[in-house]
Ligand binder design. Structure first.
Ligand code: SF4
Ligand code: SF4
Length: 69
């Protein structure tokens, strides 16, 4: 199964829990700061997201939405 995600960057706290939870290494911390002053998580679609939803379940601030396909 293939997937993609959307990250609500303005709510992200840069805690990296989503990064550690991804089995495909799709996530990393970017160099982009949000308005709160946190480096936000970024998604790399080339890594082959499988829509497992680990990242969305781990995020304490519900920043991540996962879509299939
Ligand atoms: S849905 Fe799964 S594979 Fe896709 S980015 Fe999130 S943790 Fe990684
Ligand atoms: S788990 Fe949520 S708050 Fe933490 S870095 Fe990932 S998207 Fe941001």
């Amino acid at each position: 199964m293939k997937g993609t995600i959307h990250i609500a960057g303005e709510r992200c706290k840069g805690c990296a829990l989503c990064i550690e939870s991804c089995p495909r290494d799709c996530l990393s911390l970017s160099e982009e700061l949000n308005l709160k002053g946190y480096f936000v998580a970024a998604f790399d679609e080339s890594k082959g997201c499988n829509a497992c939803r680990n990242c969305a379940l781990m995020c304490p601030d519900a920043c991540i939405e996962v879509s299939k396909g």
